[in-house]
Design a protein around this ligand. Sequence first.
Ligand code: PHE
Length: 372
Amino acid sequence: MANPTGYPELDALLPRLDAIPSLEVDALASELIAVLGRKNGALTEALKSVASLPMDQRKGYGAAVNGLKASFEAAFAARRESLDTDRQRQEAAGVDLTMPARRRWVGSEHPVTRVVDEIVEIFRGIGFTVAVGPEVETDWYNFTALNFPEDHPAMDMHDTLYVDAPPVAGEQGGRLLLRTHTSPVQIRAMLESAPPVRVIIPGLVYRNDPFDASHAPAFSQIEGLAVDEGISFVDLKATLIHFAHRFFSSSTKVRFRPSFFPFTEPSAEMDVECQLCHGSGCPACKGTGWMEILGCGMVHPAVFEHSGIDAERYTGWAFGMGPHRIAMLRYGVPDIRLLYEGDMRFLEQFVPGGRRGSGARPERSEGAAGQG
Ligand code: PHE
């Protein structure tokens, strides 16, 4: 605290003198006017009042006012100088204090996250439970237990990275790899609990695929599995049609085409009516009016055998779909890389209430669920 002057009305100003070193630019300017301003400045007024004092008091009071005025002037000058230095330092560091503040981003779910959540919710609504498994899998779960014969051509699509780590104690299988599909979690779910089994399995999978407009080396899948007594292909079709009607629209047409997977027999691929042209044919569906969204089939007896389930007593079905691909179909995203890049100009379109994607259309795929 600055030294008292002995005059109460002057001493009342001392806290303000002490506050000057912490004033910012605007407050400093208005305080300068309030204290030293020519018209109504507190010290200017005090100086004026000297003239009306009795002679014997003028000298002492005048000296006190002038001393205080000098202290204020020095404090104002010092503070201005330090603010100037700060500003110069910030300018030198590339900080422009006159730049307008940034608009706040409104956050929202990524379109793929939204698709995954919606699909999982639809299956939870009909009695399925969510299950997850490791992304680093053993070759036994990823291939052997799923009835892939060694060197089978079906494995060509499932080329992946092998992980150079010792096998995990208690796990079946030798080599560790980045899983190429969510199907190994079928085996884990069946080994973990006896039928009836109804699980929905979201997760990331990896393949040696180029990163181009319709492929990515890491992408999402959602697997479904139902095992019980008396389950038939009719249940599979009815469940997937229910899903398509809930997820797309209640009038969306679907069709099943015969296909092949080592772990299902019979196997099929399900197409939905093209969401962009509604069946009349457009570049997105290559004029066919249909888009492939998943692979499915009845669980192969060999898979039951590896999972400790009596294939004479139980039957089941499974499917696998690709949420990245489904998000592209639903929102008309022309290039899968847009779903990975995190470009706000793209993602902003998915803010609730905002504009939804439009534009050129993705390539139609063949083959594996979620990726051709
Ligand atoms: N796992 C298969 C794939 O990624 C998809 C699939 C899952 C097919 C379940 C049938 C049953 O290609």
